[in-house]
Design a protein around this ligand. Sequence first.
Ligand code: C5P
Ligand code: MG
Length: 196
Amino acid sequence: MINLILFGPPGSGKGTQAQKLIAKYKLVHISTGDLFRYEMGNDTPLGREAKAFIAKGELVPDSVTIGMLRNKVEAHPDAHGFIFDGFPRTIAQAEALDALLEEKGTSVTALVALQVDDEEIIERIKLRGETSGRADDSDETIIRNRIAVYKNETSPVYDFYATKGISQSIDGIGGIDEIFERLSAAVDRMASIAKV
Ligand code: C5P
Ligand code: MG
């Protein structure tokens, strides 16, 4: 099984690259951001709970996000592996993910981070906001808060997996196919080290 964490700040291209990776590696894509947007769109209790946090660019509480993630993983018992996109975003989420995968007799194969600088990210997210309909993509104050949250709460997750020797950073600037080549090379290298 290959279990990949696709990491990087908001707007770094995780969703775009995940679409290409699932085709190549036959993995199940789990984007916690997409799951929250689906719940909000259907005005479910979970969606209503998440909404206030997302509107401000804050993180939804770990217990909520972890429960949702677990349900999604358990809905795919025959998966060849998963791409976690936008999760884990805190150390507590990383610990919960490790425990969940261990229960299933597997583990995180690699964390691959897309590196993109702040100014490029802000431009990309604003551009996406013109068509995504996402309120959190359209307000620069919220975008900057999401970047701050990433730096403070999420970036330690990179180090958490680096101490296990499975974090890898790649240049996230360039064409979509060019970045995908770098990403695939990193995944192949990490998978061969992990002997999966
Ligand atoms: O991953 P994405 O950028 O699409 O997430 C959008 C928003 O959903 C985040 O800014 C955050 O408010 C919320 N979120 C979260 N915890 C996660 C994933 C997303 O709180 N693990
Ligand atoms: Mg995304």
